[in-house]
Design a protein around this ligand. Structure first.
Ligand SMILES: O=C(O)CCC(=O)C(=O)O
Length: 280
């Protein structure tokens, strides 16, 4: 891979997110997009609930996790060495594991994604995680563009926001907005990837277009992170990782570095991944 421009690494350290343009060849991106479309259809295609009967969380997006496990073709994306190496260089890690991948399809009429930090939602420490957010059609302000609070990952803030249950539609409650830079709304061009740190406060606009906002995310954590809290999480419980233990099982294999075209075996014998997100 061509060396990553150090100004991108500086931006990530400074802001807690960075857009990397022209990351994907557009044919390749299209192909991955159609594989994810089919995978989402298999997981949630039978869900005919109208938008206003869905939970608030489901009104934000259809979430389908661990798609690599039952879609061999997606292993190429989830375990892409170019993506993994970029994530590793941004985070400053020598080795990354997969926490989980996920489709986040914001349907037409889908509501905003409420502001939150990721790390407090995950029972692992320390806070050494990074997400690659891959929009198959780019993102626009009318179709679920992400918004980031720049520098919020450096505030020492780690607040749990229950985006599955709280009714909010209001500014992020945990910092003084008069002291913070405004949210930066990112319209990501097709082919780009947006990376964010697990402590960066982020959110997304509603989708007021008539098309689905098709996004795939890969969440990586630094090898060596441990289970830090007992609350349930499928990535840990399926592989029996106990509190205090390093997270090293087959549900969370090394994502980078790996030899090219060497993909981990699916851990489906440990139980199926969750079908979709939460119906709370
Ligand atoms: O895509 C969205 O609407 C939200 C994404 C998000 O919260 C994340 O990737 O951590």
């Amino acid at each position: 891979m061509a060396p990553l421009d150090t100004s991108l690494i500086d931006t990530f350290h400074q802001d807690g997110f960075v857009v990397i343009e022209d990351f994907f060849d557009l044919n390749e991106l299209d192909l991955f997009g159609s594989i994810v479309d089919r995978a989402v259809e298999r997981r949630v295609g039978s869900d005919a609930l109208p938008m206003d009967s869905k939970s608030l969380y489901e009104q934000s997006f259809q979430q389908c996790m661990n798609l690599w496990e039952d879609n061999d073709d997606l292993k190429k994306l989830t375990f892409s060495q170019k993506l993994g190496e970029t994530a590793g260089l941004l985070l400053g890690s020598d080795a990354l594991r997969i926490w989980h991948d996920q489709a986040l399809y914001k349907e037409s009429g889908g509501r905003e994604t409420d502001p939150h930090q990721d790390w407090p939602l995950w029972p692992m420490g320390p806070a050494r995680q990074i997400t690659a957010w891959i929009p198959f059609d780019g993102s626009t302000l009318t179709a679920g563009a992400m918004g980031y609070s720049p520098g919020s990952h450096r505030l020492g803030l780690a607040k749990f926001s229950d985006i599955t249950r709280e009714i909010r539609d209001q500014p992020y409650p945990y910092f003084d907005h008069s002291e913070m830079a405004d949210v930066v709304w990112v319209e990501a061009p097709v082919g780009s990837v947006v990376f964010h740190h697990s402590l960066t406060v982020h959110q997304a606009k509603p989708n007021v277009t008539d098309r689905v906002r098709r996004v795939y995310c890969i969440i990586y954590f630094e090898d060596g992170c441990v289970r830090s809290r007992p609350f349930p999480h499928q990535s840990l419980d399926r592989q029996g990782t106990q509190e205090g233990e390093p997270i090293r099982g087959r549900v969370t294999p090394i994502a980078w570095p790996r030899p090219l075209d060497d993909f981990p075996e699916s851990p489906l014998d440990l139980g199926s991944p969750p079908t979709t997100g939460f119906r709370g």
